[in-house]
Write a protein that binds this ligand. Structure first.
Ligand code: HSE
Length: 438
């Protein structure tokens, strides 16, 4: 039997501790399945004294991550510290440049430095595995990198942030405001104390950048992604969406278009009947549209110690087996520069909610402005402000008007709504949500 793979773990937070436990618990299965076994030989973390409820007997303590990465008795560095710079970056580069393999859950680092690290892995022969960086236990990196090697990808989209999906689910099911649900998410530990990274869409964008590269053979380019968060979504949008047969989800979408690869993160109306619409709470899901095959949807836990450790240990097992795949599915030098498809040319249906002056001619004025931009209306509903019934015919407080358009271009929608605002037939800013068809 070949000697076990010697693993060094940098970072013993929730995930790191769970990886130590999982490797111990699965020791026999890992030996059987990899043909050599996996052994944690050394660890490093910020505090040695902290009680982590894990058995570290027989495991060496190393004082810093870069030393651990260069340790001649470590074959595979597992980076679970997080952060886009050093020491995570230096440790990973040290390990890769010494020909070792690296497993990381660090999406921010892969989104920012993935190409540089992949180059180092390819040059020195080690693996660079990052399944846990996207969707935790959902094996979407492996699906795109290996499972669909023979299939062209047209679109990959998904719910990649559990915090946002939790908030939107509670808003929809209980009619609560964004702020109330966010507070609960923080209380339950789903959202960070500073939740903007999640709710403004940046966490989703980093994950999407990685998926887009794997799907389309382009360079990872977080800055090529259009990003919009969920804080403007109101309970009335979710109510209207439900009545119209939709749900609102924060989606990351990467798709092939005639103008290049469109990459975008924004609240999205999805048909209630779609697989992605069934995904509630903190659960994540990714749908892949492959050429010539029906869509594939993977659903599962996208965060948490056990879910993340599951992906990390699977990546370590691949290293133990000797699997070496180019980190982004093909050699870095063959990845194409990302052509950023401009959002103004985004084509799709739109949900538009306006607060309209309740008097004769308002609906006609709105319809005229849309028609001028060749935007065809699929449905239009004007509501009484209490949401109860049809609007009155007299002049009074503004009333919500909800429109669904057929497919059009984003710049046409902006031009039409600017004209409607200039006409002074509405108050406040229009709410616009893109519709994604399955
Ligand atoms: N903050 C993320 C989420 C989990 O809410 O899904 C880690 O990526």
């Amino acid at each position: 039997m070949v000697a076990p793979l010697r693993v060094g773990i940098a970072g013993l937070g929730t995930v790191g501790a769970e990886v130590v436990r999982l490797i111990a618990r699965q020791e026999r299965a890992l030996a059987e399945r990899t043909g050599r076994g996996v052994r944690v030989v050394a660890v490093t973390a910020r505090s040695r004294a902290k009680n982590r409820d894990i058995d570290l007997s027989g495991i060496r303590w190393v004082d810093d991550p870069v030393t651990l990465a260069g340790d001649p008795e470590v074959d595979c560095l597992v980076e679970l510290m997080g952060g886009v710079g050093d020491p995570a970056l230096a440790a990973i580069e040290t390990a890769l440049k010494s020909g070792k393999s690296v497993v990381t859950a660090n999406k921010a680092l892969i989104a920012k430095h993935g190409l540089r690290l992949a180059r180092a892995a390819e040059a020195h022969g080690g693996a660079l595995n990052f399944e846990a960086a996207v969707g935790a236990a959902i094996p979407v990196v492996k699906t795109l990198r290996e499972g669909l090697t023979g299939t062209g990808i047209d679109r990959v989209y998904g719910i990649l942030n559990g915090t946002c999906n939790y908030i939107l689910t509670r808003m929809e099911q209980e009619g609560l405001s964004f702020a109330e649900c966010l507070k609960d998410a923080q209380r339950l530990g789903y959202a960070e104390a500073d939740p903007s990274f999640d709710v403004d869409g940046h966490d989703t964008a980093q994950k999407l950048a990685i998926l887009a590269s794997l799907a389309f053979g382009t360079e990872v380019a977080e800055n090529a992604i259009y990003v919009e968060g969920i804080s403007s979504i109101a309970p009335e949008d979710l109510r209207a969406a439900a009545e119209l047969g939709y749900r609102v989800k924060l989606l990351g979408v990467a798709m092939r278009t005639a103008k290049g690869i469109e990459q975008r993160v924004h609240p999205t109306m999805v048909p209630k009947s779609s697989s992605i619409a069934q995904v509630m709470g903190v659960t994540n899901a990714v749908t892949i549209d492959g050429e010539g095959i029906p869509p594939i949807t993977l659903v599962g836990p996208g965060a948490g110690g056990a879910a993340t450790a599951s992906a990390v240990v699977a990546d370590i097992a691949d290293v133990a087996r000797g699997v070496r795949v180019a980190p982004f599915g093909r050699p870095v030098e063959t990845l194409r520069a990302t052509e950023k498809a401009p959002m103004e040319r985004h084509e799709g249906g739109y949900y538009i909610r306006l607060m309209a002056r309740d008097h004769v001619g308002t609906a006609a004025a709105i319809a005229t402005r849309l028609a001028e931009q060749k935007i065809s209306i699929e449905s239009i509903v004007q509501r009484h402000p209490d949401g109860g019934g049809p609007a009155s015919s007299g002049e009074g407080a503004p009333v919500p008007v909800i429109l669904i358009t057929y497919a059009t271009h984003e710049d046409a929608v902006h031009r039409a709504l600017q004209a409607v605002q200039d006409d002074k037939v509405i108050s406040g800013r229009p709410q616009v949500i893109r519709i994604e068809k399955n």
